[in-house]
Each structure stands twice: as C-alpha cells, then as structure tokens.
Design a protein around this ligand. Structure first.
Ligand SMILES: Cc1cc2nc3c(=O)[nH]c(=O)nc-3n(C[C@H](O)[C@H](O)[C@H](O)COP(=O)(O)OP(=O)(O)OC[C@H]3O[C@@H](n4cnc5c(N)ncnc54)[C@H](O)[C@@H]3O)c2cc1C
Length: 385
C-alpha cells in the first residue's frame, strides 16, 4: 500500500503544523499545571476547521476523507504541545460530530453541525457510567417514552469536555429486553434542558487542559427529534464513533511520537557524559532506534485503518489494532524519552514527563487496551467480549 501524500495533503499538513506552532504552544506548562481549558485556542482551532475536518462543506466542515483526516490530526499532534487541547478537539469531532454527521436528520445537521464545526459550541460524548466502563452497554441510564417525548434518567462519568459542553451525545437504555443491538438509543441533549446538569468535575493527571466530569440527567425531557438515527440504533452508532476515535485520535499519537523522537535525537546529539555524546552509546542510540521503528509501524497500521474506515467490513479489527499498537507505542516512546533525558526528563519544563502522563491516558480512553485485545481475539475466533 502506498501512503505517499498528495500535494493537497502535504499542504494541509504543513499548514496545520505552522498554525499549531505559532498559535497553540505558548504557556502549555502553565496551562497544564493550572488545568485550564484554553477556550480562545479552541476557537482558533475552529477557525482552522479542525473541529469539522470530516463534515461536508454545506454544514461548515472541510469535507476531508478519513485518511486525510488522520493526516491532519497527526499534524496537529506534531505541531501542538498541548495534548489536552488536541484530545478535546478529537473527542468532540470523532465521538460527537461524527454520529450527527453520519446518522443525524437533516434538521439535526443544520441545527448542530455549523456551530460544532466552527467551535462556537462544544460537544461531549456521554457513554461511560460510574458502574459501567468497559461493559458500557450494561448502562443504568434509561430513556422512557412519554407521549411524543423521552424522559432520560441517569449519571454519566469521565465525560471529556463535559464541564464545558453545550450539547451532549448521550446513550441511554430504551429497551431492557434487548442488549447492545436494539436496546440502546443515542440522544442529543442541549445545555440548559431542565434536569440536565454537570456533576462532579474531576482532577486528573493526564490531558489536564481537557476538562472531564460527570453529567447528571434527572427527568430530562427531550422530543423524539433528539434521537440520533433511530430508536435502538445507539449501540452500532457508538461503536462506529469509537472506530473513528481508535483510528483518527491515535493519529495524533503519531505526531507526538515524532516530536518525542526529534527531542530525543537532539538531546542525544548535544548532551555529553564521560567525554562523549550520550547518543554515541549504543544503549541510548538503540533506544532511539526503537522509537523510530515503533513510529513507522504505528503509522502504517493507523494509515491503513484510516484508509479502510469508510469502506472495509473489517474496520473494527483494523481500528482496534491501530489503537492498541499506537497507544502502547506512544507510552513506550514517552518512557524512553524520559530515560534519554535522564533527570531532566522528569523536570516539568522539558515536556517529557507531561508526555508520559498524557500517554498513559491513551491506553484507557476509547476502550482500554485490554478491551482492544478482547475485540481482536473475537475477530480471530478466540473469544467473545
Ligand atoms: C482521559 C479519559 C477520557 C475519557 N473520556 C470519555 C468520554 O469522553 N466519554 C465517555 O463516555 N467515557 C470517557 N472515558 C471513559 C473510558 O472510556 C473508560 O474509563 C474505559 O472504557 C474503562 O472503563 P472504566 O474506567 O470503568 O474501567 P473498568 O471497565 O472498570 O476496567 C478496569 C480494568 O479492568 C479491565 N477490564 C475490565 N473488563 C475487562 C475484560 N472483559 N477483559 C479484560 N480486562 C477487563 C480494564 O481493561 C481495566 O484495566 C474517558 C477515560 C479517560 C481516562
């Protein structure tokens, strides 16, 4: 498979890297320490079209195919040193905008997509609950039909962008007799809808500029027109949004790995010990070689998954392999960067310890890596979930 970039993809990559370096990287250490969401930079990302990369132009998007979307997100991950902001953009685009774009009614697309693509509104994907994470479809949140409306009750947790969100893509059980297929429905719930409120906001060690918290639904009445797709279609819709996340969100990891690789090479070529450059020690150079090999392997898996995202019936397998391998590769690369930098690797201003904290999160969100292995085992006929 040839993944050489065409002229448009090269230009887009260069444009996003230049934008990110110029606009998004000031005060990252301070922002991360203060755990502040940079709304002004979020809006700049919106002006760049990042929150609507995949969406057709008529709804305010950039209309990119899935491989070009991954290339754009990789460029953002490379250029932007604030991984929390990158994650906030990706979670919004891939887990919230995607289901509306793919399954929303014309009215929903017209109503939501332009503001979500421009960043004027922020979306949250609300699936995980305090008692159901990996077994997400074992949720307690319920939506009960009442005349022409639905009444939603439940609590969602670990909702990225939740504390600042204007609209929630929330999944609720609508038929207790059915499971993932037929029993779950996705709804769009606007901020300000009576009974819908933010719960506890969490303090976390990774991706600290992306706020995360609980969302509470107490007798939240929504019209039938708030349903995404149709009643009972929530399971497959959520799974498809996870396939987009597992493929395109990890594209940001590729960019981060490239940045960490460059940082390690620079350091190994300038830091001396015992009268020679540390990179002249095989222990150090081989560590950096492994970073390079992991990056290129992760890139091939991710690009292939991205290329197949809209065409292959086996994309679930491709997406899980890309997510599993690339997030582990990033974590290993972050650990190795700290090692190459020695004591400086743990000093905040060098960025490596932040990269390590952020990388750990990638092994958990979008389904833990244990769950990705379960999915892959299922494809190999070895086990079910
Ligand atoms: C930074 C971050 C952002 C997130 N953003 C969102 C968001 O925007 N929206 C949202 O809905 N959720 C979000 N999540 C939640 C995330 O999807 C869950 O944390 C994840 O699915 C795991 O669920 P859990 O935390 O309840 O762990 P559990 O499911 O309780 O798992 C605990 C441990 O047991 C393992 N385990 C559980 N079941 C199995 C099994 N069958 N086989 C093997 N191992 C198993 C897991 O791998 C894990 O190691 C986010 C999480 C993080 C960390």
């Amino acid at each position: 498979m040839d993944f050489s970039f065409n002229a448009d993809q090269r230009a887009l990559r260069d444009q996003i890297i230049k934008f990110a370096r110029k606009e998004l990287n000031h005060d990252v250490v301070e922002r991360d320490a203060a755990k502040t969401f940079p709304r002004d930079l979020w809006l700049k990302c919106g002006d760049m079209g990042l929150q609507g990369l995949t969406v057709p132009e008529e709804f305010g998007g950039a209309n990119l195919d899935s491989l070009t979307t991954a290339i754009a997100i990789e460029a953002l991950g490379y250029g932007c040193e604030d991984s929390g902001l990158v994650f906030a953009v990706c979670a919004h685009l891939l887990a919230c905008v995607t289901p509306i774009w793919k399954y929303g009614t014309q009215e929903q697309k017209e109503r939501y997509l332009p503001d979500l693509c421009s960043g004027r509104r922020i979306a949250v994907n609300a699936m995980t609950e305090p008692e159901s994470g990996s077994d997400a479809f074992n949720m307690r949140t319920r939506a009960r039909r009442d005349g022409d409306d639905y009444i939603i009750n439940g609590v969602k947790t670990f909702s990225s962008n939740g504390p600042i969100a204007d609209v929630a893509v929330v999944y609720a059980r609508t038929d207790d007799t059915k499971g993932y297929l037929g029993g779950i429905t996705g709804f769009l719930v606007d901020k300000g809808t009576p009974g819908f409120m933010p719960g506890q906001a969490f303090d976390k060690s990774a991706l600290r500029t992306c706020p995360i918290g609980e969302l509470v639904f107490e007798d939240v009445r929504v019209p039938e027109s708030a349903i995404i797709g149709k009643v009972g279609a929530g399971g497959p819709i959520f799974n498809q949004s996870m396939e987009w996340e597992r493929t395109c969100l990890v594209a940001a990891h590729l960019g981060k790995m490239e940045r960490l690789l460059e940082k390690s090479i620079d350091y190994a070529k300038t830091r001396s010990s015992f009268g020679k450059l540390i990179g002249q020690n095989q222990a150090v150079s081989h560590r950096i070689v492994d970073m390079k090999v992991r990056l290129e392997a992760a890139r091939l898996l991710t690009y292939r998954a991205a290329m197949r995202l809209e065409t292959s019936k086996a994309v679930g397998l491709d997406a899980s392999m890309a997510k599993l391998f690339t997030s582990e590769a990033l974590l290993e690369t972050a650990i190795d960067t700290v090692r190459v930098l020695g004591g400086y690797g743990l000093m905040t201003e060098y960025g490596a310890e932040r990269a390590l904290r952020d990388a750990m999160a990638g092994t958990i969100y979008s389904g833990t890596n244990d769950m990705q292995r379960n999915i892959i085992a299922g494809w190999l006929g070895l086990s079910s979930m």
